[in-house]
Structure formats: structure tokens, C-alpha cells
Design a protein around this ligand. Structure first.
Ligand code: IPD
Length: 324
């Protein structure tokens, strides 16, 4: 059964997500990163803390009260095999950048996405350490806000449902994204590319990544793209927001999940950016749970975007394989 997103008050839903993100952010900044009894999930580089779990429990309980009929997919409660369906679904990463949180590197976000018919429709990404908050609604643009991290959240961000009012920045009150003026895009040799180690460190996927990173950086005489530089900052959601702002030109990763990208996807595409296949397949439209992504910033009249994607695909050495 498909749902028409127009039947849902997306502005109110976005306001509520912002309020929840601000509260969740306060939980994160006031917590000591304590790993769970196992401390890791898949391997020693795939960390999980008690805060990840507590924040997700808070978010799912708030959303369950406000939207009891909507589905919920969250990183910490995901069950292998669970698929994103057509029903309105919150797609949530309580702490995107858990490794950063554990190491106290302040590039951490609460990532709250909302998908309808599997299409990312509302996104809120909040870095509680910097106060930077991004939000976007499909068809209504995306914006960035500088939140006063000290604000008394209890009074200012009530998610009280009786009248649906929340005192959070209005959706169009921030700085419209991208913050840099749109211009035609040049080639890869003018770009800063966000990449990520991820937690799979062997086999074909790791080889594809490391060979491709080497080729992107290598000088042109030796067959490389000679990009300006690469950044591995540790939060997929914030990387997408950085591409939306235009401070990163591209972001390429395989292995992350729908909850890492759903919210940032709306924010980026509303800023004129694209998310396409992270493999060099020629596929321009991918599902949100595709797990292999190449994100490109917006361009004036889209000029140069297609060429940049094709150029990037031409430098990918091999193929990444991830189940979804
Ligand atoms: C991770 C971060 C990281 C990316 C991984 C994600 P988590 O999310 O987004 O940047 O490389 O693929 O799993 O585990 O910190 O929520």
C-alpha cells in the first residue's frame, strides 16, 4: 500500500524531529561514552555505546507516542533481514559517528530521517557538539541553523502533542543550503572528497576502496585524478550535510546503511545535490538502502554534475558488494 506524503503534515513532523534531535543531543553531550558489555558489534572497529542505545530508546519512544501508526527503523534495534517498506517510516541513527563520540572527536550527529514509499522525505541532522543543525523537507528546501547549545530544552522544545506546537527554529528560518553560491562544477582535480574507512577492513570491498582512494589522490602522470584532498571525518550524515553546504564536493562510501544516509539525503538533494550508485554502474537512481553511495554537490543549472559523476566512476578500481 502506498501513502501520499501530502496527507502528512511534514512541517509539523520536521518541527517534532528537530525538538527530539535537540533533546537527544543533550543526552549525548552530557553522557560519558561507555561501551556496552560487548563494546562492539561486528568487529573491533564497529563500536556501540550505552548512549547509542539509550538515545535510540528515547527517540523511538517519542516517535511511537507521536506517530503510533508509522514504522521505525533504527540502527540499534535493526534486525538482520528487516527491510524498509513503503509505509511511512522513521529511519534513525541515534549517534552517527559513534567512533568519534568514543574518541571525543566532535563530529557526531543525531540523524533523523523520514521516508514515505521508501523516498527520503524529511531529514534532520544535528551535531550537538557544534550546535549545527540541518533540516530539509522534500520539495521545500533545506537549511542550516546554529543552535544555542545552552538553551533550556525542557521549555523551549516541548514535543507536547496537545496543540502540536513546538518552539524550535522554523523550517525556513536558517541559512538556505547550499551556503556557497551554486556554480558550474569543474573536474575532480578541483575537489575535496569525503571518504570513510567504515568497519570492513578486508576482502574485495576494502581493496576497491583503498585502490580507488590511491588513484583519486595520485598525480595525473601516473594515472590518478589528483583531487585537492580527501577527508575521512566519521559521520555519513554530516558528510552528506557538508556536501549539501558545498564545503565538501563529493562523498563516496560503501557499507553504510539507510539510517546513516536517509536524513542527509533529503538535505543534500534539496540543496541541488545528487546521490547515485557508489559503483561505476551508470545507475543514477538508487534506493536509500543501496549501501553504496556517491554524493555530489549542487551545481548552477546542474552544469558539470553529470560529468563529475562519470569522471569519478571512471576512477573506481573494482566493485563494492554489500547486501541490502
Ligand atoms: C558510521 C559512520 C561512519 C561510516 C560508517 C557508519 P555509526 O555510523 O557514519 O562515518 O563510515 O559506515 O556505519 O556506526 O557511527 O552510526
Amino acid at each position: 500500500m502506498s501513502t501520499f506524503a501530502g496527507d502528512i503534515d511534514l512541517g509539523l513532523l520536521r518541527d517534532r524531529l528537530v525538538a527530539i534531535a535537540l533533546r537527544a543531543g543533550r543526552m549525548i553531550t552530557s553522557a560519558k561514552p561507555t561501551t556496552t558489555s560487548s563494546g562492539t558489534k561486528k568487529n573491533s572497529a564497529d563500536l556501540v555505546t550505552e548512549t547509542d542505545q539509550a538515545v535510540e530508546a528515547y527517540i523511538s519512544s517519542e516517535l511511537g507516542t507521536l506517530y503510533p501508526d508509522f514504522a521505525f527503523m533504527g540502527e540499534e534495534t535493526y534486525v538482520p533481514g528487516q527491510k524498509l517498506g513503503n509505509e511511512p517510516t522513521f529511519v534513525v541513527d541515534p549517534i552517527d559517528g559513534t567512533t568519534n563520540f568514543v574518541h571525543r572527536f566532535p563530529y557526531v550527529s543525531v540523524s533523523l530521517g523520514f521516508a514515505v514509499n521508501k523516498v527520503p522525505t524529511v531529514g534532520v541532522v544535528y551535531n550537538p557538539f557544534t550546535g549545527r543543525l540541518y533540516s530539509g523537507i522534500k520539495g521545500r528546501g533545506s537549511f542550516v541553523f546554529d543552535i544555542d547549545k545552552q538553551q533550556p530544552l525542557d521549555e523551549k522544545t516541548r514535543t507536547d502533542t496537545t496543540d502540536g506546537q513546538v518552539q524550535v527554529p522554523r523550517e525556513d528560518e536558517g541559512t538556505k543550503l547550499p551556503v556557497k553560491e551554486l556554480a558550474p562544477l569543474g573536474g575532480l582535480d578541483e575537489c575535496v572528497v569525503a571518504i570513510e574507512f567504515g568497519s570492513d577492513r578486508g576482502g574485495q570491498n576494502w581493496k576497491t576502496k583503498t585502490d580507488t582512494w590511491a588513484r583519486l589522490g595520485r598525480r595525473k602522470e601516473d594515472g590518478g585524478a589528483m583531487v585537492h584532498s580527501a577527508r575521512a571525518l566519521g559521520s555519513a550524515a554530516l558528510n552528506l550535510c557538508g556536501v549539501a553546504e558545498g564545503v565538501l564536493d563529493l562523498y563516496w562510501e560503501g557499507g553504510c546503511w539507510a539510517w546513516d544516509v536517509c536524513a542527509g539525503w533529503v538535505i543534500l538533494t534539496e540543496a541541488g545535490g545528487l546521490v547515485v550508485d557508489g559503483n561505476p554502474s551508470g545507475v543514477w537512481e538508487i534506493p536509500v538502502d543501496h549501501r553504496k553511495y556517491l554524493a555530489v554537490k549542487g551545481a548552477k543549472d546542474g552544469e558539470g554534475q553529470k560529468e563529475l559523476v562519470n569522471e569519478f566512476w571512471g576512477y573506481i578500481e573494482g566493485e563494492m558488494i554489500y547486501e541490502h
